[in-house]
Design a protein around this ligand. Structure first.
Ligand code: NAI
Ligand code: MG
Length: 497
């Protein structure tokens, strides 16, 4: 990192264990979304740079990394995890500067990644196969082998978390990686290169190439014949483009594509706890989380009370400079997202939802030209409205009333998505009954957004393919090879008579 008179400079890509200038990419200015002004100059890669990175990743796979026993890979990952812990506080500041996420949130999030990397390290030597009983003429068994070179394409909302969720299982499985962070927030991903270097990873195991998606580094990664798997987090529409583009080379895919999660509050809930969770899960990350409880389903007898509490608590959210320790909520991560959120607020109004509080951009004073929006609450939302059906990715809660359990389940499942869901009730039977009928990859009962490296995370329906985290994630970075050894060595001549 070099500080020019104005911008912090990240002038190199991390390819094959070296910091290299872009060959056919260039430089982009990364914007600090709390000011709307550039704060860093960052190298980005073009297709040629991706080709170099893929070649380095392939060479590492065919070289020392591919032959390294699992326990040695584990040791390297642990070393990396320890270095990550030492740098976590700085990484949180950088991630907050680049993405606008409030420092208190970045710190808590990034502080946990080190445990994630340690957990993945602990799995690096444990993916054994099994023996298959047949008869005594053969010995059949499976081995788990790395899927190969992985292209990891990450979004701008949680760059380090998204990277950890892919790098952890990929490296534990023995894969090599080309990481392409989002063009809006490339800085912290590049920082990881220093840590992999310092930990002593062989060159080319991890390569980091920021770049654009369509017509850029992202697209090249997806079409490159030397890439075996794409691990993607982002928008569903992008995933479909990637799926088609990757078809020619028969890529493996995992997709994590966001949601429109129901957060159901029954009248018998511990309301104080439910409100703590429901308000936080609507506004955390300035609304830019795939696990957001953006559809708050509230049982009629407590509906008005919940609406009033949401409004009261919205007024308590300190929206401001994200590096300020006191700030709860920073700006939207980039200008396009700000425009998207504001347009959805207009759509909500036009569709007849009742805007209870918020609904506007904040500017001037501490907000300056930053991309700040007010925490926003819509009441009397029907599940047919666009603000209840489409992912906004802004701090906009849509409060939908319901009468009974059946109706709550029907509304919860009436969505194209199926990533997460939450429900609050003090009736344990109801907790099990309702959770078992929700079509989502993660259901929380009397809690929300409990997401750890050990808990499989991913979507049903339009929310994606496969799982990140948990042992299930490791499976998606491994192929199964079945070996059959004859105990006799005899093979009949099919053409003898
Ligand atoms: P996006 O899906 O376009 O971008 C995500 C990543 O994909 C970035 O690294 C981007 O460079 C890359 N990419 C884009 N087009 C590509 C292509 N053709 N080939 C290869 N890579 C490509 O997401 P975008 O447009 O930045 O955000 C739009 C909306 O998507 C958000 O408003 C939100 O609703 C949703 N989203 C969901 C996320 C999640 O956590 N599931 C994260 C980010 C966005
Ligand atoms: Mg896009």
């Amino acid at each position: 990192m070099l500080k020019s008179d104005r911008l912090t400079c990240y002038d190199h890509l991390y390819i094959g264990g070296s910091w290299v200038a872009p060959e056919d990419g260039g430089f982009l200015e990364s914007i600090d979304p709390s000011t709307g002004r550039p704060w860093a100059r960052v190298a980005f890669g073009g297709p040629g740079d991706i080709d170099r990175a893929v070649a380095a990743a392939r060479a590492a796979l065919n070289g020392p990394w591919g032959r390294m026993p699992g326990h040695e890979r584990a040791a390297l990952l642990r070393k990396f995890a320890d270095l990550y812990a030492q740098r976590a506080a700085d990484l949180a500041v950088l991630e907050t500067t680049d993405s606008g996420r409030a420092l208190r949130e970045s710190r808590a999030d990034i502080g946990g990644h080190t445990y994630g990397y340690h957990w993945w390290a602990s799995l690096a030597d444990k993916h054994s196969g099994r023996t298959i009983p047949f008869d005594d003429s053969v010995h059949a068994f499976t081995t788990r082998v790395p899927v190969g070179v992985v292209g990891a394409i990450t979004p701008w909302n949680v760059p380090l978390m998204a990277a950890a969720w892919k790098l952890g299982p990929a490296l534990a499985a023995g894969c090599t990686v080309v990481l392409k962070p989002a063009e809006q927030t490339p800085v912290t991903s590049l920082e990881l290169g220093k840590l992999f270097d310092e930990a002593g990873f062989p060159p080319g195991v991890v390569n980091i190439v920021p770049g654009y998606g369509k017509d850029g580094a992202g697209e090249r990664l997806v079409t490159h014949p030397g890439v075996d798997k794409i691990a993607f987090t982002g928008e569903g529409a992008t995933a479909k483009v990637i799926l088609r583009a990757g078809a020619d080379t028969m890529k493996r895919f995992t997709f994590e594509l966001g949601g429109k999660s129901p957060h159901i509050i029954f009248a018998d809930a511990d309301l104080e706890q439910a409100l703590n969770a429901a308000t936080n899960s609507a506004w955390t990350l300035c609304g830019q989380s795939c696990a957001l409880g953006s559809r708050v389903l509230v049982q009629r007898p407590i509906y008005d009370q919940v609406v009033a509490e949401f409004a009261r608590r919205a007024a308590q959210v300190r929206v401001g400079p994200p590096l300020d320790e006191a700030t709860h909520m920073g700006p939207q991560a980039h200008e396009e997202q700000l425009a998207k959120t504001l347009s959805y607020i207009d759509i909500g109004r036009a569709d007849g939802a009742e805007l209870v509080t918020g609904g506007g951009r904040l500017s001037g004073g501490v907000h300056g030209d930053g991309y700040f929006v007010q925490p926003t609450v819509f009441a009397n939302v029907s599940n047919e409205m666009r603000i209840a059906r489409e992912e906004i990715f802004g701090p906009v809660a849509a409060l939908i009333p319901f009468d009974d359990e059946e109706q709550a389940i029907a509304i919860a499942n009436d969505t194209a998505y199926g990533l997460t869901a939450g429900l609050w009730t003090q009736d344990i039977g109801r907790g099990h009954r309702v959770s078992s009928r929700i079509r989502a990859g993660m259901v929380w009962v009397n809690t929300y957004r409990f997401i750890r490296w050990s808990t499989p995370y991913g979507g049903f329906k339009g929310s994606g393919w496969g799982r990140e985290n948990g042992i299930e994630a490791l499976d998606s970075y491994l192929e199964t090879r079945t070996t059959v050894v004859s105990t006799t060595g005899r093979f009949p001549n099919a053409y003898a008579n």
